[in-house]
Write a protein that binds this ligand. Structure first.
Ligand SMILES: Cc1cc2nc3c(=O)[nH]c(=O)nc-3n(C[C@H](O)[C@H](O)[C@H](O)COP(=O)(O)OP(=O)(O)OC[C@H]3O[C@@H](n4cnc5c(N)ncnc54)[C@H](O)[C@@H]3O)c2cc1C
Length: 435
């Protein structure tokens, strides 16, 4: 198990100013930013080709008041973004971190676009739960694969050293917590000690450690893990050994819409555009628009741990901008029907129960009332034949607990003081807590 060696003496195979563990979006962006400040970073990555959860994601980044928004006439501001985050977090998110994220988001997107040629565009045809303005930015394919490949390319053009096929195994630190370096294991089993003046942990959370997920997030212990298997909780384990403050270890981002058995992400746009979820008994079970993360556990509580996303051809055309959705279609995951009864038959759910739900929604729309769960259906988002459905399950995307940092990314010790040269970024740091 990864741990910390409190031993500053010994041989070093190399000395570098900045060492970064993990070549996902957080690690590569940190290395690019350091390079611009004339600090040469070495990035250690376990995989031979960087992917991380970044490469598995949809690669969409929220950012407020970008020039991409302004070009489309979207009014937004960091203050509004911060208010949306606090709205979702019940006002409990640390204001300094929220401000850093909200204010840093637009410069990040524009910097990646201008300096590193990542062709971001605004996602215009659907909004995300909790966002009061259209502010998701994505690359043309809307895939994290494109994001990580373009970031890796930018790192190569910037002559950043990516030590791939190399796992950070142990941190080496002074007794007072000053980090001296990292012991790495190469893919051929050889060990090397790399000394550094500063260390950034960008090795994400612990979704890839079934043991840590069972310990901290028992409700998702048996759920499909949809993130990167190499994220095994090293930052948490090293932090514990160093006496770092850790928070929100039970928090996670899930997703209630992963096509099963195909294991392909079905974008939440199918719900936000007017779709619903029903269980194997043909019944709805909550307000689906509350959030796709919350919906993971809701779906897993249903019979057979599955639900059906129900939508129509108009919504499918919105969802088709995502390669994952196209892949689901190609794999035959989407069933279609010309009538509600035929759809029930194709889904093999009780036709009467499903039809009753359908009639109920139609009546609610006419009366302009909210449903029994608090959802208000929009008349404009009326579902029309041909109808579509896909069987989905709930999955764990990434863990959100982690190292507590200040607004510059420096890791806090228990008691509040900061480590002198230890930083955390991305999923290694605690996420902004939401309910
Ligand atoms: C299916 C899916 C969809 C998502 N969609 C979105 C989205 O659209 N927008 C969004 O903002 N977020 C999304 N997320 C979340 C997002 O992917 C993560 O929050 C983000 O990628 C984290 O980036 P990171 O750089 O911290 O970690 P990662 O990208 O996971 O990178 C961590 C890297 O560290 C390496 N590593 C780990 N331990 C070691 C070690 N000991 N030594 C060496 N290397 C190590 C790993 O191999 C990995 O390459 C999604 C997640 C999933 C799973």
């Amino acid at each position: 198990m990864s741990a910390v060696t409190f031993d500053s003496v010994g041989e070093w195979n190399a000395q570098v100013p900045l060492l970064i563990v993990g070549a996902g979006a957080a690690g590569i962006c940190a290395a690019l930013a350091a390079k611009e400040s004339r600090v040469n970073a070495v990035v250690i990555e376990r995989d031979s080709v960087p992917s991380g959860s970044t490469g598995l994601s949809a690669g969409l980044i929220p950012a407020a008041d970008t020039r991409f928004q302004r070009a489309k006439g979207i009014a937004d501001s960091p203050e509004r973004f911060a208010a949306d985050i606090q709205g979702k977090a019940n006002g409990e998110a640390p204001p300094a971190i929220v401000e850093a994220v909200a204010c840093g988001s637009a410069p990040l997107i524009e910097w990646l676009s201008d300096r590193h040629a990542l062709p971001f565009e605004l996602v215009e045809n659907f909004n995300y739960p909790g966002h009061s303005a259209l502010r998701m930015h994505g690359l043309p394919s809307r895939t994290g694969r494109e994001l990580i490949d373009r970031l890796r390319n930018a790192a190569e053009l910037s002559e950043i050293v990516l030590l791939t096929g190399s796992a950070a195994d142990r941190l080496i630190a002074e007794g007072d917590g000053l980090v001296r370096g990292v012991e790495i294991v190469r893919s051929d089993g050889t060990r090397e000690r790399i000394g550094c003046e500063a260390l950034i942990l960008a090795c994400n959370g612990y979704g890839g450690s079934p043991e840590l997920v069972r310990r901290f997030i028992p409700e998702m212990a048996d759920a499909l893990y949809f993130g990167h298997s190499g994220n095994r909780g090293d930052a948490v384990l090293w932090g514990q050994a160093l006496g770092a403050e850790l928070a929100c270890l039970g928090a996670y981002q899930g997703h209630g819409s992963v096509a099963t058995p195909h294991n392909t992400l079905i974008t939440w746009a199918v719900i936000m555009e007017g779709g619903i979820q029903i269980n194997a008994q043909g019944q709805r079970f909550c307000d689906e628009t509350h959030g796709y993360s919350e919906q993971a556990a809701q779906v897993l509580r249903q019979p057979g741990r599955i639900a059906w996303d129900v939508f129509d051809a108009r919504i499918a055309s919105v969802a088709r901008q995502f390669e994952d959705f196209q892949n689901a279609e190609r794999a035959g995951a989407i069933v279609m029907a010309e009538s509600v009864d035929e759809l029930a038959a194709n889904m093999r759910v009780p036709a009467e129960a499903f039809a009753a739900e359908w009639r109920n929604i139609e009546a609610l729309k006419k009366r302009g009332e909210v449903d029994r769960y608090g959802r208000r259906f929009s008349v404009e988002q009326h579902l029309m034949p041909p109808f579509c459905a896909v069987k989905v399950t709930g999955a764990l995307f990434h863990t959100q607990g982690g190292l507590v940092i200040d607004a510059t990314g420096r890791v806090k010790r228990k008691g509040g003081n900061l480590f002198r040269n230890l930083f955390a970024a991305g999923g290694a740091a605690v996420g902004i807590p939401t309910e």
